[in-house]
Ligand binder design. Structure first.
Ligand SMILES: [Zn+2]
Length: 134
């Protein structure tokens, strides 16, 4: 079955149609925002549908995390969030990716080991070093 594809609304990379976050830029996809006022890699400030100003954290949700009729307040909160969040769910997701890569390397090593010593009478242990084929 072919997966439906679309593209990221932010960076235009190809994306599964049901993806909530872009795998390239990590930003939320289903954001119902009006005119964009300011945006960076993570935070979006835009008009909301109710005519106020909204602040979105694109790394956590497509819903605004704050909204107000006072645009200065929205900017203030965005600047405070920018300064005070060195660790967040974004870096946790990157650790998840590292874990997946490590798992792939281990599986590839086991497959390589089985291939290389598959014709041996006595196979060396998977972590035996130096290993010999008898
Ligand atoms: Zn993207």
């Amino acid at each position: 079955m072919e997966q439906q594809e679309t593209e990221c609304v932010w960076c235009r990379q190809p994306l599964a149609a049901d993806a909530e976050f872009c795998q390239y830029c990590d930003r939320a996809q289903r954001v119902e925002a009006g005119r964009t006022i300011d945006s960076d890699e993570r935070y979006l400030i835009a008009e909301t549908r109710s005519g106020q100003y909204g602040l979105w954290d694109l790394w956590t949700s497509g819903e605004p995390i704050f909204d107000s009729a006072d645009l200065d307040r929205v900017f203030n909160i965005r600047d405070r969030l920018r300064d005070g969040s060195p660790t967040d769910s974004h870096s946790a997701r990157h650790y998840g990716a590292l874990f997946v890569i490590a798992a792939i390397v281990i599986v590839a090593y086991i497959a390589f080991h089985a291939f290389r010593y598959g014709s041996c009478i006595a196979q060396p242990g998977i972590f035996a070093w130096p290993s010999a084929c008898v």
